[in-house]
Design a protein around this ligand. Sequence first.
Ligand SMILES: Nc1nc2c(ncn2[C@@H]2O[C@H](COP(=O)(O)OP(=O)(O)OP(=O)(O)O)[C@@H](O)[C@H]2O)c(=O)[nH]1
Ligand SMILES: [Mg+2]
Length: 231
Amino acid sequence: MTRNDKRIFVLLPAYREAGVIGGIVSEIRQRYPHFSIVVIDDCSYDTTAQEAALAGAHVLKHCINLGQGAAVKTGVTFAIQNAADIIVHMDSDGQHVVSEIDLLLNPLLSGKADIILGSRFLANQSNVPTLRRLVLKAGILFTWFFSGLRLTDTHNGFRASTREAAQKIAINENRMAHASEILHEIVRHNLSYVEVPVTVLYTKYSLLHGQKSSNAFHIVTRLLWRKLFLE
Ligand SMILES: Nc1nc2c(ncn2[C@@H]2O[C@H](COP(=O)(O)OP(=O)(O)OP(=O)(O)O)[C@@H](O)[C@H]2O)c(=O)[nH]1
Ligand SMILES: [Mg+2]
């Protein structure tokens, strides 16, 4: 089965990514003309939605800011409703490399696993700042301890799954904890997974704009809460 036989959706959850999102959408369109590109604008107060639409993406809009997890959920629902075979999740801040979508798609298309997870620590080209590296490594241990998954990168928004896997994975965490929730769902549904090396670029823009390392505390609190009271 080749990628031309498949309906492939790329989801880009975005919050205040004007100036960046248009270039990402254009590059995806250029490299992968038959993919459906969906930008989920989470009530940005800049021109994210307009830029994304102008570049040729389908734009879904939240009328209040709910968070990246909620945006991914909206995008997945849309993709499934529109008969997607494969769903790719990607950040909208330029930290992921468009051409590396192939690294996720190839193992998925050859049936290696239900979900392919990008890992910035399986390759050497990511310039991860020291504090972020420490926080991410702590996340790896946390995931191993709580879900039994031994991964090399647990909070990377670059992943791809089959439609069937996406239908099983419930996302109820509206904000950044959804990345851990997805891993938890992989275990719960006994889905097969493979990690592949991908690049995550840390630029001046991403460092000023992205989440703070201290957000890890919020993620851990959310996950403990779920573990103790919701499961
Ligand atoms: N829809 C939506 N997307 C968001 C929100 N916050 C961040 N994002 C998007 O989620 C992606 C990742 O967000 P970042 O804040 O950069 O998080 P990160 O890449 O995990 O963290 P860094 O390593 O600091 O860059 C980007 O595409 C953002 O535009 C939000 O509230 N809603
Ligand atoms: Mg980022």
